[in-house]
Each structure stands twice: as structure tokens, then as C-alpha cells.
Design a protein around this ligand. Sequence first.
Ligand code: DX5
Ligand code: ZN
Length: 218
Amino acid sequence: MNKIKIAPSMLSADFSIFGEEVRAITAAKADYLHLDVMDGVFVKNLSFGPKFIKDARRYTNLPFDAHLMIVEPWRYIERFAEAGADIITVHYEACKDRLKDTLSAIRKLNVKCGAVINPDTDPELIKDVLEYCDIVLLMSVFPGFGGQKFIDSVVPKIKTVSDMIKSTGKDIELEIDGGITKENVGIVKEAGANVIVAGSTIFKEADRGRIIKELREI
Ligand code: DX5
Ligand code: ZN
């Protein structure tokens, strides 16, 4: 069983003081920094690109977990690798037939890679690429915005993907993203998730060290 990791979604941070936010989250003992990249096409929102991520490196040594919510992500993976991403995840819905090639291209850049699926995508569709993944990211909201409500029907899918991962015999992390709170974090861990993304739940608290510890230990 993989250790539980907490990956604060920096989308909920105050971008006008991003460096300080990164420093505070690092001091609060997060495991990864979850960086949500949005292009206004794959999702109906815009966030930031590689330069923003690169500039954040001055404030932390934490692994950068770049979640690309963009069309044709293969066009940008090199840029995100150069910017210092340690993990790059790409959506099945944005890659379809090119998913395996895109994952392999990320690995060739010496960056960990993963496939992401939306709440309504059948996990079977990524079964064949699991062996090319270091991590699988399961969305528990439709991507685009922080602060949405957790979709309960994703819970059995966590279990399905967790079983699929186990049957590969490989050490693949299972990350869950969207609407995670103190109330539902126990359920998603029990279902098999070991990397927990949380944005609004962490950033609305003044004591981030405490909420991160709580999310990890509940
Ligand atoms: C949604 C993003 C998430 C989001 C999480 O498109 O991928 O990472 O920011 O935020 P919360 O935890 O507030 O749902
Ligand atoms: Zn995300």
C-alpha cells in the first residue's frame, strides 16, 4: 500500500502572492504541489503556463504535479518538463488514440507521467496504458474550477481503478482530484486513492499545516 500523499491544488491560492503561497504550503508539509494548467478550450477556464511553474521553483523543493487540462497536450510536454514539472498528467479525453505515445514521450523526458479520466469516462479505456503510467488521476468533479462538489458516484470507480492497478503488479499511484473535504477523504482512501488533491478545503483554512495533517491522517 502506497503512503498517503497530500497534493494541495494551487488553483485556490492567491496568484498575486503565489511565491508566498508556495512557501506556506511547503512549510505546511504538503507532499506534492498540484498545478492545474487550463487552456480555455479543453476546459472553460484559463489558469497559467510553464513560466508560472518555473518561477515557483524558487520557493520550494516539493515535486511539481502538473495536471494538464489542455487540448493536444503532447505539443507542450517538453515545455512543462523544462519548467521543472516532476509529474505530468494528461487527460484521456484530450489524447484518445495518442495517450500511450504521449505518456511515453513524457517518460522519455525523465518526468513521471499519468493518465487522467473525467468522472464520466469508463476506466476500461485506460486499462491498456496503465503499464506506461506512474500515476493515474481520477477526477471527482468535471475539470475547470476549484470549489465544486464531490461526485459520489466516482467512489466505486476508485475501487475499480485501484483493482486494475493491483493486477498490473506495478507501483502506480492513484490520485483523486475534486471536491475533497474532511468528510469524504476517508471514503476515497478506503476505496484505494493514495494521492489526495485538495484546493478549497486547504486554502480556506488559516492553519494549513493542520488541515494537511488532518487530511493525511483521517
Ligand atoms: C479542477 C482541478 C482541481 C481543483 C481542485 O479542474 O483539476 O485540481 O482545483 O479544487 P477543489 O479541491 O477545491 O475541488
Ligand atoms: Zn487538478
